[in-house]
Design a protein. Structure first.
Length: 223
């Protein structure tokens, strides 16, 4: 059996102040979309493009880690990293690779247990893309960020080329909200992008975690 590939995503979480939960989700989604566009751009490093396309051809697994201080700084020196700041949150997106070949500066960073809070109720910001989280689930911030990253990637892949280029050029803005329980079934039925979890952590395989829209026409799903 071949070794699975994953995209490693590192969120900067200092002790004081810590970023807000929803800000991390929005930042992670935008960072994934913008980074992917850069990794496969015509002028990208050929090895970076090849590794990214190899990963895109299979399950789009993502691992979200947290870092602060020296740990954050050290992982920035790993080759093939794109660093972005959205909503006041720093996110490093590393070129995908085999899960058994993760650089030690990344692999030593903590994966599980990242749970942040929102100080205030978050209202949609009016971005052209909206992501709805499953209201029937309680996910850690790290897990939710990975799911939002999947949805952002699928939106970027779904959009027509010119629309995707414009979205990325604007910083891939997106809203992240928790879906209303009464609306969830309809959102799942009609949303153009539906993220179904592989079941590695926190939820059973096949659980729908995020849907994204509004975008017209056919829909795209993620295993």
């Amino acid at each position: 059996m071949s070794v699975p590939w994953a995209m490693q995503i590192v969120v900067r979480v200092e002790k004081d102040p810590s970023p807000a939960h929803t800000a991390v989700l929005r930042a992670a989604g935008s960072a994934v979309a913008v980074s992917l566009a850069g990794f496969v751009a015509p002028d990208a490093d050929p090895e970076v493009r090849e590794r990214t396309e190899r990963w895109r051809s299979g399950p789009i697994r993502k691992v979200v880690r947290r870092a602060r201080g020296a740990g954050w700084t050290r992982q920035l020196a790993v080759a093939g990293v794109a660093v972005h700041r959205f909503h006041g949150v720093d996110v490093a997106v590393h070129v995908p690779g085999p899960v058994d070949e993760v650089d030690p500066e990344i692999s030593r960073l903590q994966v599980g247990g990242l749970t942040l809070e929102d100080a205030d109720e978050n209202e949609p910001e009016g971005a052209g893309v909206r992501l709805w989280l499953n209201p029937h689930l309680t996910l850690t911030t790290g897990k939710a960020a990975a799911q939002v990253g999947h949805a952002a990637q699928l939106v970027w892949e779904w959009l027509p080329a010119d629309g995707a280029d414009r979205w990325v050029a604007d910083g891939a803005p997106l809203d992240v909200v928790v879906g209303a329980e009464s609306d969830w079934a309809g959102l799942v039925e009609h949303a153009p992008v539906v993220v179904t979890d592989g079941g590695f952590t926190e939820v059973p395989p096949g659980t729908i975690t995020v849907v994204a829209g509004p975008v017209s026409s056919s829909r795209r799903t993620a295993p």
